[in-house]
Ligand binder design. Sequence first.
Ligand code: ZN
Length: 96
Amino acid sequence: MIYENPNHRRVKGSRLLLITCGYCKKEIAHYQKVGKGNLLRMYVPRIVRSAVDLSKKPGALSCPKCKKQLATRVTLRRKGKDAYVMKRSAFNSAEL
Ligand SMILES: [Zn+2]
């Protein structure tokens, strides 16, 4: 099951990444990445769609298949934005 993110916003100049579970390879999300560098967190409005239902604002992203936790939801104080802080080496990303 893939859920469209109701809070998704298009981002100019971003590239689309496929995020997969690092344990079982299940597809977790399509994400609009801005800039270079490793993916440390996913800002909620940049997540296009996900295997996790984001409309329920889950406090963590867990793989629906193997149930491992991949990220934790935080609200960034300075920016007032919600994001998922990715657990290192718990996921893979590839350009789409
Ligand atoms: Zn998994």
